[in-house]
Design a protein. Structure first.
Length: 209
């Protein structure tokens, strides 16, 4: 089974504590989401393949490491996932970016795809699916299945706040996908909001209600 990793880095924990606060405004919230995503990407890319390459320094020739293996792609789940992209691109600027849009059907409560645009060679890349909140897991499960249906085999999922119910659902649906979590919260409430959570991440990133 793939791994589930909850971050314990002091900077991530500190920044998550700030975005939870009601008084944190849109500008700061958006900036902090980006910073947390960048720090989480540092951890999520720890096992990327390296290869040796010979270079010339101002002093002499030497052998150094560079990234080898597959190229990367970042796929945010719209719309809140967009808030994590810039921070991740700060570390992996050559990554391509795809987008998956899903909404929840009010009758069936199941996620419905309304937009999907992926890099043409997405199936040949290591793909990072990102969404700040993992609540019920419905959207992330559907997004990952959509990628698998298009031939993508190497997938990791990054979220900033997760509920145990969402993690369990993800593990059952996609046991082969690594999950990176900024903070694992207590539970979901009756409205499927994460407790204690931080409210609606999309509204807080974009300043909407």
């Amino acid at each position: 089974m793939a791994k589930t990793l909850v971050m314990d880095h002091p900077l991530i924990m500190h920044k998550i504590g700030i975005i939870r606060r009601t008084e944190t405004g849109t500008k700061d919230f958006r900036q902090l989401i980006s910073e947390i995503a960048m720090l989480m990407t540092y951890e999520a890319t720890r096992d990327l393949e390296l290869e040796d390459v010979e270079i010339e320094t101002p002093i002499c020739k030497t052998t150094v490491k560079q990234l080898g293996g597959k190229k990367l792609a970042i796929v945010p789940i719209l719309r809140a996932g967009l808030g994590m992209v810039d921070g991740m691109l700060n570390l992996v600027p050559s990554a391509k970016v795809g987008h998956i849009g899903l909404y929840r059907d009010p009758v069936t409560v199941q996620p419905v795809e309304y937009y999907c645009k992926l890099p043409e060679d997405c199936d040949k890349r290591d793909v990072f699916v990102v969404d700040p909140m993992l609540a019920t897991g419905g959207s992330s499960i559907a997004a990952i299945q959509l990628l698998k249906n298009r031939g993508v085999k190497s997938i990791k999922f990054l979220c900033i706040i997760a509920a145990p119910e969402g993690v369990e659902a993800m593990r059952k649906a996609h046991p082969d996908v690594d999950i990176y979590i900024g903070a694992l919260d207590e539970k979901l409430n009756d409205h499927s909001y994460i407790v204690p959570g931080l409210g609606d991440a999309g509204d807080r990133i974009f300043g909407t209600k």
